[in-house]
Ligand binder design. Structure first.
Ligand SMILES: Cc1cc2nc3c(=O)[nH]c(=O)nc-3n(C[C@H](O)[C@H](O)[C@H](O)COP(=O)(O)O)c2cc1C
Length: 641
């Protein structure tokens, strides 16, 4: 039975015949080599998504010019020498009966001189909001040269055997810079009114069209709204789409934002599902070519609705397919419980700032082929100590690999500290992940023993072949004068006992947990003061969720005090000190909540090393971070057994 008939109906973009409407949008992986050539890891990564049943994959941001290369993790296509590698990739996809499109891109002023050794360029000499580099304004001759470079690269995509080309005209990169009134203040034929600003984009489409067969897909990805005060808005985005259609575009992929609005571009869990779909719908109303929508579309149900309501023709799932490459085939089979949820936590985009792509829920990226080829290990008796996210993901992976797995959890339910991070507003993806992990532990016949605290002796008696210690961090209370008599509550108790807390609460420590508690309690109507010793609220959170939670706290009138140390506590008051200022007494609190210090917790693991052959420590027990790292570390440890 086809559970999502629209989503799994065939479609055609130009000559490219698709088995369904699911698109994997371009997402940098940084899995290429330093010169920008395709590697086995890239082939493994895209092949896995094809095996998972996606309609077509779009290969990441690929540089048409050395000066447009954003960093040394970006694939390249600016010379013929890149064709053989790309051909290997397209061949691998075609062998699996899949379709593949390559995205052509130039970073413009976002390409870091530090990597390229070349001056950044842009239509106008306006500094980048992100890199702060001031680019050189391109001459008309240089613009013509760049149009040719796009066209030559388009020809290379075709020669490499790809099924189509996508031109990156979005997200604040060079073509978007031309289209945008914010980045383009030229007064010649490439600047000024909408038509002039679109001239570069239109010329690129026409020039590429001359290099490829008439019905070869040339897809334009635009930011139909830049989410800034003075940038492109939907009405202008619609005009861009019409001009691109006229120039020969085969489809328009409607995205949003530029480098001045990075916290919206890859929408984190504080933004609603399908947050850019209204843009696709708007663009669809004025053109005849197919429209692709993108932006926090989390599952097949929502995608099916978009198609039913004719808001778009195809639906792109980005991070969802990073985390769950087999989403399409599982959705088609109706196995929705089997879908590993994307957390929209943006660890992925954070990871490629300085290294290869990683994902909180999927540690297999770029290693899919190697993992599949791993021989099944001899079944071992594996004891997982701790049933938090790290322990549960370790247990699931170990059980799937054929081990006999037992979890010991000291509390009366699974989840560990992760339970608390599912409570604040907008944490539905984390709730889904917790549910997913618990379901999978139950499904795989794992022996779960609750209220079971591990000791050296009990482990010895159990005699496991391997132990994964996912015991969480050692929580150490802050030592402060007055702490004994001040009725301090810790963060967990505050989460669990919200109704018993008074109206005025101070939270000491504005790390991830402190911020989320502040959000949780202010949503419950409490007056919150959030106090932080460092200069930053939300240190340890990924930039995107951090931006949004700080905005929420501001809106909720949470009083945020930074660079301030607590020197003394008492019943209902704190004495605090800011550098170079006098001590100050903050009074009138009904409750004082204090974060604990999270220290490594390896004592038990070390004590069993002499009699257990394999011992691994994962998650907060290694070092106190957010619960998210634990999930991938648990899986990685289990894969090594
Ligand atoms: C790790 C990562 C890398 C990305 N790289 C690109 C890129 O190379 N080109 C591009 O057009 N968009 C890029 N994007 C944006 C995605 O294509 C997509 O628009 C965005 O993730 C929103 O879709 P989603 O909510 O389905 O993830 C990237 C996103 C992520 C998470």
């Amino acid at each position: 039975m086809n559970h999502f008939p629209k989503l799994f109906s065939p479609f055609k973009i130009g000559s490219m015949e698709l088995k369904n409407r699911i698109v994997m949008p371009a997402m940098e992986t940084h899995l290429c080599n330093e010169e920008g050539h395709v590697t086995d890891a890239i082939i493994s990564y895209y092949s896995e998504r094809i095996k998972g049943g996606v309609g077509y994959v779009t290969v990441e941001n690929t540089a048409i010019d050395p000066a447009g290369r954003l960093n040394d993790g970006m694939l390249c296509i600016f010379e013929d020498k890149f064709i053989p590698g790309l051909r290997k990739l397209t061949d691998a996809v075609h062998e699996l009966d899949g379709k593949i499109v390559i995205q052509l891109s130039h970073g413009g002023k976002e390409a870091l001189t530090y990597f390229t050794g070349l001056d950044p360029v842009s239509p106008s000499s306006i500094p980048s909001p992100l890199t702060k580099q001031t680019p050189k304004a391109l001459t008309v001759k240089e613009i013509h040269d760049l149009v040719k470079k796009f066209a030559d690269s388009g020809k290379r995509v075709y020669e490499a055997g790809a099924d189509g080309i996508e031109i990156h005209m979005a997200h604040g990169y060079l073509v978007n810079q031309f289209l945008s009134p914010e980045a383009n203040i030229r007064t010649d034929e490439y600047g000024g009114n909408t038509e002039n600003r679109a001239r570069f984009a239109v010329e690129i489409v026409k020039a590429i069209r001359e290099q490829v067969p008439q019905d070869y897909p040339v897809i334009c990805r635009i930011s139909a709204d830049e989410y800034t005060d003075t940038g492109i808005k939907l009405e202008e985005g619609k005009l861009h789409a019409q001009m691109l259609e006229k120039a020969g575009a085969s489809a328009i992929h409607v995205s949003a934002c530029n480098s001045a609005s990075p916290f919206f571009n890859i929408p984190t869990y504080y933004l609603e599902e399908g947050c850019f779909t209204h843009l696709a719908e708007g663009v669809k109303s004025v053109v005849n070519v197919p429209i692709i929508t993108v932006g926090r579309i989390l599952g097949p149900e929502y995608a099916e609705k978009i198609l039913e309501q004719n808001k778009a023709d195809l639906v792109a799932f980005g991070r969802v397919l990073i985390g769950e490459p087999h989403m399409p085939e599982k959705a088609k089979a109706g196995q929705l419980e089997e879908l590993r949820p994307c957390l929209s936590c943006n660890k992925c985009i954070n990871s490629i700032m300085d290294r290869k792509l990683t994902c909180t829920v999927n540690p297999a990226i770029g290693k899919e082929a190697a993992i599949a080829a791993m021989p099944k290990p001899l079944s071992k008796n594996v004891l997982i100590i701790g049933g938090g996210p790290g322990g549960m993901s370790a247990a699931e992976t170990a059980a799937k690999r054929g081990h006999k797995v037992t979890i010991w959890e000291k509390e009366n339910e699974l989840g560990g500290n992760f339970r608390y991070s599912t409570l604040p507003p907008f944490k539905e993806p984390m709730r889904n992940m917790l549910k997913y992990l618990v379901n999978h532990v139950n499904q795989h016949g794992i022996n779960v023993q609750l209220n079971k605290e591990a000791t050296t002796e009990s482990v010895m008696e159990f005699a496991p072949d391997a132990v994964i210690a996912a015991v969480g961090s050692k929580e150490v209370k802050l030592e402060l004068p007055g702490v004994e008599d001040a009725d301090i509550i810790d963060i967990k108790d505050a989460f669990l006992n919200v109704n018993e807390l008074g109206k005025n609460i101070v939270i000491v420590g504005a790390g991830p947990e402190g911020c989320e508690l502040a959000d949780f309690l202010s949503s419950a109507g409490k007056n919150i003061t959030l106090l932080e010793m460092k200069r930053i609220i939300g240190m340890g959170l990924i930039a995107h969720p951090r931006y949004h939670i700080v905005e929420r706290l501001k809106k909720a009138n949470v009083k945020m005090i930074i660079s301030t140390k607590v020197v003394k506590v008492g019943k209902g008051y704190l004495v605090v000190k800011k550098r170079r200022e006098e001590e100050q007494r903050l009074d009138g609190f009904d409750h004082i909540v204090m974060s604990t210090l999270n220290k490594p917790n390896k004592d038990l693991a070390e004590s069993i090393q002499d009699f257990v052959k394999e011992v691994a420590v994962v998650g907060d027990a290694v070092s106190g971070r957010t619960a998210l790292e634990a999930i991938s570390e648990g899986m990685e440890a289990a894969l090594k057994l």
